[in-house]
Design a protein around this ligand. Structure first.
Ligand SMILES: [Fe+2]
Ligand SMILES: [Fe+2]
Length: 186
């Protein structure tokens, strides 16, 4: 056996680590989970920063949430439904997305100087955390998607492209203090 092809050889280890990284970068479930982690970090940060930083932070949260929900509703959920016929989960998920959208729209409407702003963002954090846990839990949509053997690599690649296009489009639609995400549909 040639040196460099043995299992445990650093070059082989690096090669498989690289393949794992590439797989993670295009796997639909991993992409959605990465968004969830980002959202958790942003909501956590909201509690740590002062009032002057909050509008920008909330803008990032609303942008990411809106894009995330669009990609789930337009691509991930339909592919999941085609693979599993699990209509029940998706109906619940869509209701929760609607709740999140309504709240984003209220936050946008009252703006960062209203006294209810922080409280509304905290409600948004709680709703979003609950919904993300539902998707991530054992037997949830992510686990079920893996079990069915959906082509998560191909789906993830399409989702990445769509998200990049949507982001560009949404950036052109900024509102009074930065965001108008709630009312936007592609
Ligand atoms: Fe969702
Ligand atoms: Fe999600």
């Amino acid at each position: 056996m040639e040196a460099g092809t043995r299992k445990g050889d650093p070059a082989v280890r690096d090669g498989s680590a690289r393949r794992r990284r590439i797989r993670r970068a295009t796997d639909a479930v991993e992409l959605l989970k990465a968004d969830h982690r980002r959202l958790r970090r942003l909501f956590h940060r909201f509690e740590q920063v002062g009032a002057e930083e909050r509008p920008r932070l909330v803008e990032s949260i609303c942008q990411l949430l809106t894009l995330h929900m669009m990609v789930e509703e337009d691509m991930f959920y339909p592919a999941f439904l085609a693979a599993t016929a699990d209509q029940e989960f998706l109906e619940e998920a869509k209701k929760e997305h609607e709740g999140v959208r309504r709240l984003i729209s209220q936050i946008e409407e009252v703006g960062p100087h209203d006294e209810s702003f922080a409280a509304r963002v905290r409600v948004l954090a709680a709703m979003t955390r609950h919904h993300m846990l539902e998707e991530e839990k054992r037997g949830g949509v992510f686990a079920e998607a893996r079990d069915t053997g959906m082509d998560l690599g191909a789906l993830g690649t399409q989702m990445k492209l769509r998200k990049a296009r949507l982001r560009k489009k949404l950036l052109l639609l900024r509102g009074p203090f930065g965001f108008t995400w709630a009312s936007v549909r592609p």
